[in-house]
Design a protein around this ligand. Sequence first.
Ligand SMILES: C[S@@+](CC[C@H](N)C(=O)[O-])C[C@H]1O[C@@H](n2cnc3c(N)ncnc32)[C@H](O)[C@@H]1O
Length: 293
Amino acid sequence: MQTMNAIKDAGTSGKSFSQREFPMTDKDFETIKTLAKLRSGIELGEHKKEMIYSRIVRRIRALDMTDFKTYLAYLEDNPGAELTNFINAITTNLTSFFRESHHFDFLKNTVLPEIIKKKKTQRRLRIWSAGCSTGEEPYSIAMTLHGCFEKERWDAKILATDLDTNVLSHGRQGVYSKERIGSMDSQLVKKYFVEPRGSANADSMEARDSIKNLITFNHLNLLGEWPMKGKFDVIFCRNVVIYFSKDTQRELFERYANILEPDGYLFIGHSESLHGVSKRFESVGRTIYRKLM
Ligand SMILES: C[S@@+](CC[C@H](N)C(=O)[O-])C[C@H]1O[C@@H](n2cnc3c(N)ncnc32)[C@H](O)[C@@H]1O
């Protein structure tokens, strides 16, 4: 099965943008850049032009239009549903099960034992997968949690949020191709996945309720209001801020620090860093941070 981005990025061409079947001027690209930044925080550099062209052309074709100018005027006049399609088109959703596996080892061997000890009376655990894409990240967290809490009665929940509505539906369904699942340990697959119910492709598997029930998938723009009331013990925000400006990152990490429990943990992506961005955390491992008091 193709990944969400392989589908989004198929079919690019070598011609200049204004000479193509669906012409895109520099001004059109500037408008797309401005809108993307405003609505999602995503920064689109010149190097992203080809990718964005091919993704937006799909919307232009779907709407039976002939050029970017007409599409952008339509987007301005009819924000609602088309704005959702536009946002879904510009996000990059690359992910995989147990991506950056050392994070899950640290969660299992250090974070969870510490929390089990610290919160043995409350028995409440909250983890946020911010920018969860198609769900592989929160399901990997859920498998790690389930393994640790199997014999314990804990109120453990994972909140999984994303801006892209398509990836959220995928995550909620919890159905993945056998090829994607095949990267996992076979014991885990046996324990946590079954042949899909319903009409899903026979070449796929579905997450069992034991892990599905630990996760709530919700639509949330990290740049907007956060409706969550309680604090989190752990936040995963991996390979998300890489697309944001340093200023947006500064604001976001300040808000993460505020919504984490004292001593709470933050996991970020392999090419991301808090250096020069936040002083509210100390480094406790490779791309793993703990909130400072
Ligand atoms: C590359 S994926 C990372 C997925 C996963 N965290 C991982 O590391 O495997 C980045 C995700 O961030 C989401 N995203 C981008 N901007 C966002 C925003 N402003 N609010 C919420 N999610 C956003 C995208 O839709 C995308 O699914």
